[in-house]
Design a protein around this ligand. Structure first.
Ligand code: PCA
Length: 185
């Protein structure tokens, strides 16, 4: 069993991205038998897409990203086959509504046990909410490619560090991964 946990570093006006620290902490602490890979992806549409495809299929891929305008963690339900955001990526590219993959459908739904994860997190005292859009920036691209590449894939947006500590983020990610592994495919 192979697990991929991805996250991002700084981008745009965000000089600190808690998700890279959360992902590293979860990777350091993982003590279960599954092979666990942590990858910090470039905040660039094309390079991130290539990296996810290049890492190849995993049994579970959970992507993490910062949602600076949200105050609780959100689990993404859908990935859109679009790239469209005013903020340039870290390569300076501004996306204007192109498809990620012209041969793919307009949207995919997460292949993680979505409702079960939200219920498990909330039963443990987290406020984890459903989100129906990951935006159309780089996180959405990673979720889209993750669903195309790995057996089960999903995406968790975390609020900024003022609202949520790295430790809390790591505990939530661990809970979501363990709950996914316990759910039959
Ligand atoms: N958040 C951005 C990209 C990188 C990150 O951490 C997003 O929500 O698309």
């Amino acid at each position: 069993m192979r697990i991929l946990l991805t996250a991002f570093g700084p981008f745009g006006s965000h000089t600190y991205n808690p998700t890279e620290h959360v992902a590293r902490l979860v990777g350091q602490r993982w003590n279960r038998p599954e092979q666990f890979v942590v990858e910090i992806l470039p905040v660039e549409y094309e390079a991130a897409r290539q990296r996810v495809i290049g890492l190849g299929p995993f049994d579970v891929h959970l992507g993490l990203g910062l949602a600076a305008d949200r105050d609780v963690p959100t689990l993404e339900r859908f990935a859109m086959n679009r790239q469209d955001a005013p903020t340039p990526d870290n390569a300076g590219h501004v996306a204007l509504g192109n498809s990620i993959d012209e041969s793919a459908p307009l949207a995919f739904e997460t292949t993680l046990p979505f409702r079960r994860l939200i219920e498990s997190a909330n039963a443990t005292g987290y406020q984890l909410k459903e989100s129906r859009t990951a935006g159309l920036y780089v996180c959405n691209t990673v979720l889209f490619c993750g669903i195309q590449t790995s057996k089960r894939a999903g995406f968790l947006h975390l609020p900024p560090a003022e609202a949520f500590s790295v430790e809390e983020g790591a505990k939530l990610v661990e809970l979501l991964l363990v709950a996914t592994l316990e759910e039959p495919c």
